[in-house]
Design a binder for this molecule. Sequence first.
Ligand SMILES: [Ca+2]
Length: 321
Amino acid sequence: MHTRDRGIILISVLLIVLLLSSVAVLIGNNYLISLKRASFLEFQTISLNMFRNIESLALKKIDLELKFNNQYLNKENPLLADNFVFDLDSGRIVSEISDASVCFNINSIVTKGDDNFIENKKSTEAFRKLMSLYEVDNNIVEEAIDQIIDWIDYDSNPRAYGLEDYYYSGPLNNPKEYTGKRLFISVNELKGIPAIRKIDWNIINNNFCAHQQNENFSFNINSINLKDSYLLSSLFPNIDITDAEYIITYMPKEGVRTLAELSKLFPSRDFTSPNGRIDFSSRSFLLSSKITFEDFTSESYSNIYYVNNNSYIVSRIYNGI
Ligand SMILES: [Ca+2]
C-alpha cells in the first residue's frame, strides 16, 4: 500500500473516531439532561401533591384546635409547637404552622362606613406611634396615612395630604395607574404609594401585613417575640419601648387569657386605652413546608384564615418547583 493511502486511511479513521466521540458526548449529555429533567418533573408532581395533602392536614388541625377553644392560643400549643415531619428513603418533609397575626394589618387603617371606607382613628394612632418609634418624619407619616386611605376609598376627593387618580394617572407618576378602590392584597402594593417610598422599606416589610380582615389593629399577644416590641408599644399609648421589651421578656410561656391577667402580671404598666383590640388567640396562620429529596428542594407557603368556625387557604406561594 502507498504511504499516501495509509495517511488517508489514518486521517479518515481519526476523523471517524472524533465524530463518534462527539456524538457519544452529545448523546451522553442529552441523556443525562433528560434523565435529570424526568426526575425533576416527578419531584415537581410529588411536591405539589404533598403540599396539597399537608394543607388539608393543617386545615383539619386548625379546625380541630380552634373549634373548642378559639379564645386562647399560646406558643406551647401543639398547633404551633409541633411540626409535621415525614422521613422518606432519601428525603424529608418538614412543615410547620405559625401564628401570622403578629403584624400591623395595613387594611386596619380603614373601616367600612355606609358606602365608603373611612379612617379608623385608633389604627391611625397606632400607625403614628409605630412610625414615631422608627423616627419617621411626622409630615411623611401624615402623607402616608392620607395616601393609603385615598388609595383604598371609593371617592375621588383627596384627603389633606392624600392623592387620587389625577395624581396616579398624571405626568408625575409612572407607570400610569388608578387607585385601588379596595383593600390591599399584599404589602408590596404599598410600594406604589409615594409617601411610603420615602420610608425605609425594611420598616414596612418587617412590621406590616395585608390581611383581608378589615378590623381594628390587633394581634395575639401570646405569640409576640422580642422583635415585636415596637408593635406592642404601638398598640398601647402608655407603653414605651422599654416597657414593651420588659413585658415580652417576662411574659410566661403559657401566655395570658385576659387583659386583667396581663395587668396583674405587670401591675406597674399601663394597658389602658389601647389603639386596637388585644387578642389572646389568632385567626391567621402561615403554613410553611419544605421538601428535600436527593438533590432537589421545594418550599410552599400558604396563608390560612379561620373564619366562621372554618379555616381556609387564602393564598399560596411555591419555591423551587
Ligand atoms: Ca379619597
